[in-house]
Design a protein around this ligand. Structure first.
Ligand code: F6R
Length: 629
């Protein structure tokens, strides 16, 4: 996720902003920038790459020549020599638009009087962009975020910065947090929050704002949380919280006793747990502006020309590890909804079997890092042999994006823990979107069906939150009961098999316990020999057309005396009689249930590993990306 920092006070601002951004580096970024108010003008510096590049650019600007200011017609300001005491900064993890200086934040309006830093996503930015361009706004980036600078500027014609932010907020749809400043109101920062986090740090005659506490922890431990759907106004004297309708809100100051490392983890004990809890936000970003139409999904964007999806009569999905499991769910969704036959293979197998592909085939390479050697090699081979290739990845500018004809970004933000969690659910969400789009293009689903499914997809973030908030404690208790087992079997059928495979991978990867995962119907053909009273068997038994068959498999497991932990759909009372433990996930469309069903399994693996005292963020023998042949 991107990082925001803002400061207003008496001290020189540049170093505070740069040091604050450095404390947010752990969140991952590909470009960064700062804007400061000096002598009635806003000076802005942005740079692609790491923060040392930004520091160098700032130094250059301080010597009197801001390349960025010059580029957008602003004034180059030698800010080091001026009493510059308010400003905003940002680290960007690209989602909309490439990694370029003009796409880096802060973004600014046509007059260069309003600057803004934004996290998250503005769903209706295309609509707003067209409207603002029609009345003269000059857009200089490919981002959704820039629209906020123009919108606030537009509303400032009729009011103060805070009134303009309130008016803009009323028009913005999405999932975002932003902070803006205006050259016409020096010494004031105004922020707004809709879902994405934003937090205030209180000082003596100075105030801070950031997307996370590490941004200002070196200066203050007194914080005020900006709640969802609130606007905040910061001046050196103090901070005011208001509702979008202008009603003032009282907000207590709380003191945090976190150290830097706890603050980076947002108060969670590990990055993995933090990332499991970030899944609702991550999925919201993945689906946001792609589901603004009630009866369908729109995927066309700069790096995905939808003609790539037309005329496809066969699909092949290639991936490794967790990404392969996301692809398996994608396979079921595409076949079910779009009625296109989908083959799947492990990239490291497919590339060595002299594979056959045709130009009527779409090959989808799923790789969150965009750098896994086997997946990249398989994608390149598919292209050489005539197939069109779509990359599904989290990293803008990664090798996979260069080896593909189109890119479907998953927008999960940086994942620090080695075990993939939020990138997995975002890959699955992206597969659902693709399947729905293909269904519409091929006419295999009528409008009513599409409308119902899009509505369910939009509910996924809420349901994920219900799960991560509601199930954390009970799953911890269940995991601790079983943490001594030395072997686990995971079973599932149809889409539940993909979930079982992912649950088993997660447990073995972070707890070093032997696991196996099987299609429920295959169990009697061998693996059943492994079962006895000591074996926990995790059975994915959420709502699906062949749930009855899965229940029969569970009965076979029970006949061997093994202990069944079932993942079932809320309201389904068929599992209680056949399983010792049942964990319920919220009811939704049965295909979408797969995304929800994996979350208890992530938490389960996590708490088993923690009970065993293991470092889940860095499991042994694993690296986040595999680039070595
Ligand atoms: C498991 C995990 C790995 C990756 C695999 C592919 O938690 O993270 O199995 O899924 O190494 O990585 P990407 O998606 O980067 O190609």
């Amino acid at each position: 996720m991107c990082g925001i920092v803002g400061y207003v006070g008496q001290r020189p601002v540049q170093e505070i902003l740069l040091a604050g951004l450095e404390k947010l580096e752990y969140r991952g970024y590909d470009s960064a920038g700062v804007s400061v108010l000096a002598d009635g003008e806003i000076a802005s510096v942005r740079a692609v790459g790491n923060l040392s590049k930004l520091r160098a650019a700032v130094l250059h600007a301080n010597n009197g020549a801001s390349p960025d200011a010059a580029a957008h017609g602003g004034t180059a300001v030698a800010v080091a020599e001026l009493p510059v005491t308010s400003g905003i900064g940002h680290t960007r993890w690209a989602t909309h638009g490439r990694v370029t200086e003009s796409n880096a934040h802060p973004h600014f309006d046509t007059t260069d009087r309003v600057h803004v830093v934004v996290n998250g996503i503005v769903e209706n930015y295309l609509f707003l962009k067209r409207r603002l361009a029609d009345i003269g706004a000059d857009f200089t980036s490919e981002t959704d975020a820039e629209v906020i600078a123009h919108l606030v500027s537009h509303h400032m014609a009729r009011g103060s910065l805070v009134e303009a932010v309130r008016a803009a907020y009323a028009e913005l749809e999405g999932h975002y947090a932003f902070v803006c400043m205006s050259a016409d109101e020096p010494g004031t920062l105004v922020g707004a929050r809709k879902e994405c986090p934003l937090i205030v740090g209180r000082g003596d005659g100075e105030q801070f704002v950031g997307s996370a506490i590490p941004a200002f922890l070196a200066h203050t431990r007194d914080v005020q949380v900006i709640e969802n759907e609130e606007i905040v106004v910061l001046t050196a004297r103090g901070v005011e919280f208001i509702a979008p309708d202008g009603t003032p809100i009282e907000r207590a100051i709380t003191r945090v006793d976190w150290d830097q490392s706890t603050a980076e983890k947002g108060g969670y004990e590990t990055f993995m747990l933090k990332e499991i809890h970030e899944q609702a936000d991550a999925v919201a970003e993945t689906i946001a502006d792609r589901t603004t139409r009630p009866d369908g999904v729109d995927l066309a964007e700069a790096e995905l020309d939808e003609s790539l999806l037309q005329g496809v009569d066969r699909i092949l999905i290639l991936a490794a590890g967790t990404s392969f499991h996301a692809g398996l769910i994608g396979r079921y969704a595409i076949e079910e909804w779009a009625r296109i036959p989908v083959d799947m293979d492990i990239a490291s197998e497919w590339r060595y079997r002299n594979p056959i592909v045709t130009d009527r085939e779409l090959v989808i390479g799923i790789t969150q890092s965009g750098e896994t050697a086997d997946t990249l090699a398989a994608m390149r081979l598919a292209r050489e042999r005539g197939a069109r290739v779509l990359a599904c990845t989290n990293v803008v500018g990664s090798q996979a994006t260069r080896d593909a004809d189109g890119v479907l970004y998953i927008r999960a933000g940086m994942e620090i823990s080695v075990a993939a969690t939020k990138t997995f659910v975002c890959q699955v969400a992206a597969m659902y979107l693709l399947a729905l789009r293909l269904a519409e293009l091929r006419g295999t689903m009528d409008r009513a069906q599409r409308t119902a499914l899009v509505a369910e997809v939009k509910q996924l973030p809420t349901r994920i939150t219900e799960l991560t908030e509601g199930l954390d404690a009970p799953i911890k208790a269940a995991a601790e009961r079983h943490a001594d087992a030395d072997f686990y079997l995971y079973l599932g059928r149809h889409v539940g098999r993909a979930v079982a495979l992912e649950g088993a991978l997660k447990l073995k990867e972070i707890s070093y316990i032997a696991t196996d995962a099987y299609a429920g119907g295959e169990m009697k053909h061998g693996p059943i020999a492994l079962l006895d009273e000591s074996t926990p068997v995790v059975c994915v038994a959420t709502d699906m057309p062949i749930l009855d068959k899965m229940i029969s498999n569970i009965q076979e497991v029970r006949a061997r005396g093994a202990h069944v932990i079932a993942i079932a759909t809320e309201g389904d009372d068929r599992l209680e009689p056949v399983a010792e433990e049942v964990i319920y996930v919220p009811r939704t469309d049965w295909m979408l249930q797969a995304l929800l069903a994996v979350i208890p399994l992530q938490l389960f693996a996590y708490y088993v590993a923690r009970k065993r005292g293991l470092n889940v963020d860095q499991p042994r023998n694993l690296a986040k990306t595999v680039t070595v042949e």
